[in-house]
Ligand binder design. Structure first.
Ligand SMILES: [Zn+2]
Length: 360
C-alpha cells in the first residue's frame, strides 16, 4: 500500500482501540514511509539522516528532529508552489517563531484527524461555542497565526461562535451574558488556551465577584501549564476553579504541538492523555536520549502520521512527561497513556538546543 492508502486505513480505525503492538506495526510502517519521503524530498533532513533504515526498525528506532530546528531552518518536503500556507508558532517576544509549511494534502489530513478525535468527545452535532479569546482581527503578529489557527481548528465543531474577551483581554460581559442567557440549558462547547482561560476568564470572574452558569458546558483547553505552575495552579485546582465560577463540570485538557497540528492527545476521565491511532509518544532520557521505561519521566518525543509536506512526523519536544501504562487505562482506551509535567528547566534547554544546532 502507498502512504496515502495506509494513512486512510489508519484514519479509518477506531481512534482509541488499536492495541500498542498493532499500532507499532501499522503506524510504524507509515512512519518509516514518511522517513523515506522526507529523505528524498527535504535536503536538510537527508543531510541529518542520510542512512537508510531497516524495514524492521521499530518506532523507537526512527530518527527524530529537535522541535527547535523548525525555528532555525525552513524545512519542507514539497515544492514551493505546493505550499498552501505557512504556520508560525507563538514564540514569545524576541524569540524566532517556528515555520511550518503545509500543502493541501497535509492540511486536509490534519482537519480530518482532528474531527475524528474530537467527535469521540463531542459527537457529530455542532454546538454553540464560547471562545475564551478575542477576535482574530484584534490579534497581531505571531499570536495571530498560532492562536487563530488553534481556534479555527476547533471552531468547525461550533456554531454561534461568541468571543468572550475584548481586544485588551478584559471580559466582554455583554457577549458572555447574552451567550449564557441563550444557551444555559443546552450542551455548549467552550474553548481557550489554558493560561488565558485561567487568567482572563476564571480569575476575572472571581475578582469581580461574578459567576456564570453553563452546567452542560464542555471546556477544552490546551497550551501548557508553565505560567500556571508559577501560580501553583495544577490540573485539579484549574478544574475546581472553572466549576466554581462557571458551573462547567466537563473540562478536558489536551496536549499538542503547533508543529503537529491535527495531532492532539486528549485527557480522559482518569486524568491521562491518550495517543490516537495516528500518533504516539516516546519518553526519552534527558541525558542519553534512550527510551525511558513506563513510569519514568523523560523528554517527550511525539510521532504523527500526518506531516507529509514538512519533516515533522517525529519530533523531540522540550517538554517533560511520563508514560503511566500501555493498553490498560481504566477508561478503556488502548495504547499508551501519559501525563505532561512541564518544560525542561532553562539551563538544560540551552544544552539541548546547542546539541540541535550542532547537528545541523
Ligand atoms: Zn484513560
Amino acid at each position: 500500500m502507498s502512504y496515502p492508502e495506509q494513512l486512510e486505513a489508519l484514519l479509518g480505525q477506531a481512534v482509541y482501540e488499536l492495541p500498542q503492538a498493532e499500532k507499532e506495526q501499522q503506524l510504524g510502517s507509515l512512519l518509516l514511509a514518511l522517513h523515506r519521503h522526507h529523505q528524498l524530498q527535504c535536503n536538510e533532513y537527508s543531510q541529518l539522516y542520510p542512512q537508510p533504515l531497516k524495514a524492521t526498525e521499530n518506532m523507537a528506532g526512527l530518527p527524530y528532529l529537535a522541535v527547535r530546528l523548525f525555528k532555525l531552518l525552513d524545512l519542507k518536503s514539497v515544492a514551493d508552489d505546493e505550499v498552501l500556507k505557512c504556520l508560525s508558532s507563538s514564540g514569545t517576544t524576541g524569540q524566532i517563531p517556528a515555520r511550518i509549511y503545509l500543502d493541501a494534502v497535509t492540511s486536509r489530513w490534519q482537519s480530518k484527524t482532528l474531527v475524528k478525535i474530537l467527535q469521540q468527545f463531542l459527537g457529530k452535532q455542532r454546538l454553540p461555542m464560547l471562545i475564551i479569546d478575542c477576535q482574530a482581527s484584534h490579534m497581531s503578529g505571531a499570536a495571530l497565526n498560532a492562536r487563530s489557527a488553534g481556534i479555527q481548528g476547533l471552531a468547525m465543531f461550533g456554531r454561534n461562535h461568541t468571543y468572550a474577551l475584548n481586544a485588551d483581554m478584559s471580559p466582554n460581559w455583554a457577549a458572555i451574558d447574552a451567550f449564557c442567557a441563550q444557551h444555559q440549558h443546552e450542551k455548549v462547547l467552550i474553548f481557550g488556551f489554558t493560561f488565558m482561560v485561567w487568567q482572563y476568564f476564571v480569575k476575572a470572574l472571581q475578582q469581580q465577584g461574578r459567576s456564570i452558569n453553563l452546567p452542560q458546558g464542555h471546556l477544552f483547553h490546551s497550551g501548557g501549564w508553565k505560567k500556571l505552575q508559577s501560580e501553583s495552579v495544577d490540573n485539579a485546582t484549574f478544574k475546581q476553579g472553572v466549576e466554581a465560577s462557571t458551573g462547567i463540570q466537563q473540562v478536558t485538557n489536551f496536549y499538542g504541538m503547533a508543529e503537529q497540528v491535527g495531532t492532539v492527545f486528549m485527557e480522559c476521565s482518569h486524568g491521562y492523555l491518550h495517543a490516537p491511532a495516528t500518533a504516539d509518544v516516546i519518553m526519552r532520557n534527558c541525558f542519553d536520549l534512550s527510551e525511558q521505561p513506563t513510569g519514568e519521566q523523560g523528554l517527550i518525543q511525539v510521532l504523527s502520521a500526518l506531516p507529509f509536506s514538512y519533516p515533522g512526523f517525529s519530533l523531540l519536544t522540550e517538554d517533560l512527561g511520563t508514560v503511566h501504562g500501555v493498553d490498560d487505562c481504566e477508561c478503556g482506551r488502548k495504547g499508551k497513556y501519559f501525563t505532561v509535567q512541564g518544560r525542561l528547566p532553562k539551563v538544560e534547554l540551552r544544552g539541548c538546543s546547542d546539541t540541535a544546532a550542532a547537528a545541523v
